[in-house]
Design a protein around this ligand. Sequence first.
Ligand SMILES: NC(=O)c1ccc[n+]([C@@H]2O[C@H](COP(=O)([O-])OP(=O)(O)OC[C@H]3O[C@@H](n4cnc5c(N)ncnc54)[C@H](OP(=O)(O)O)[C@@H]3O)[C@@H](O)[C@H]2O)c1
Length: 355
Amino acid sequence: MKALGYARSIFNTKWMTRDYLTNGWLFFIREEALTIFILSVIMWVIDTVTGRDTCCKLLHLVLIVLIRRVMVGGICNSTKRLDGQTVVITGCNVGIGKETARALSQRGAKIIMACRNTKTAEKTALEISNVTGRELVVMKLDLASLSSIRAFAADLKKKESKIHILINNAGVMMCPFMKTEDGFEMQMGTNHLGHFLLTNLLLPLLSHGQPARIINVSSLASARGVIPFDDMNYEKGYNKVQAYGNSKLANVLFTRQLAKRLKGTSIQVFALHPGAVQSNLGRHFMGMWSASKLVTLFIKTTAEGAQTTIFCALEACQQEPHYFSDCAPGYVVSAAQDDEVAEKLWKVSEKMVGL
Ligand SMILES: NC(=O)c1ccc[n+]([C@@H]2O[C@H](COP(=O)([O-])OP(=O)(O)OC[C@H]3O[C@@H](n4cnc5c(N)ncnc54)[C@H](OP(=O)(O)O)[C@@H]3O)[C@@H](O)[C@H]2O)c1
């Protein structure tokens, strides 16, 4: 049953709208030119060695383009601007977060970069502002430390009277058993509990009566997750793959419960799966390979991986099950729609982070 749910979340037919097939080709060509070139050369050599005719070779080229287009998934073509709006993004010195920061800065937003590595974040801020001419402010945030989260929120409240979009993007995947400063298992502590506390502390800045959005970057891995209520800190045993899925399921359940609590306000809430994206996320199990350009031959680039986050920041309308994938409402397994578990997780999380 779980495998079926998993498959349905990959083959979400909502991708295949007319808009998906007709728009975004310019972005696609810009991002994919090198990948398509490399794959085409490889295919051409194979076809030549195996004696295929020119017609067959050309057909293979078309197929490569179409397969890559499907793999790239949804593309956000929104022309909406965010002038005068403030966006907070966690973990945006690299990866999907960096591309999200770039895209929203290009649309006029002021970006608050909430990062633990302020050195690389400053470099990223400079790189983006040199192109967009917009303000990007780097602020220290370590999601594996409750005191750092509280200090960040207090500092932000001094600097800003309101924020319009909060993007909980930072994440750690499949690390060996490690604990946060406060004794939580690292993946649950960073991916869920850290963002849970941060969001709650920033709610007053988001509650200004104008439209605001909270976006939680989850993962397809949520489909295999369960919330380990009897052992939230994995003292009885630890499986790094399962623990990642559990933390990402927690992102979706948190989103669900948050949407319920914020019903009737002007804040919309979203969870999303960005796709399989080339980034540093695989550092704990793939080493440098995960960040290598070679991987991009088979998965999304970071700019492609940021598309659904950008879509949720600009265009998406909050709707059940509060989960998006490839710039369209996504499919979630029943465990991610369980209101009782979502409520219980909220209460347990409140207790753990001391809210
Ligand atoms: N890449 C994929 O295929 C994929 C698939 C599904 C979901 N996702 C989700 O997408 C999000 C972004 O991942 P990515 O692929 O862009 O990975 P990434 O390149 O590894 O970026 C992760 C970001 O999170 C930050 N981070 C990690 N621990 C932190 C902490 N304790 N405090 C503050 N920041 C912290 C990292 O900071 P440092 O640079 O300091 O380490 C980095 O900026 C994650 O939530 C991930 O679960 C990714």
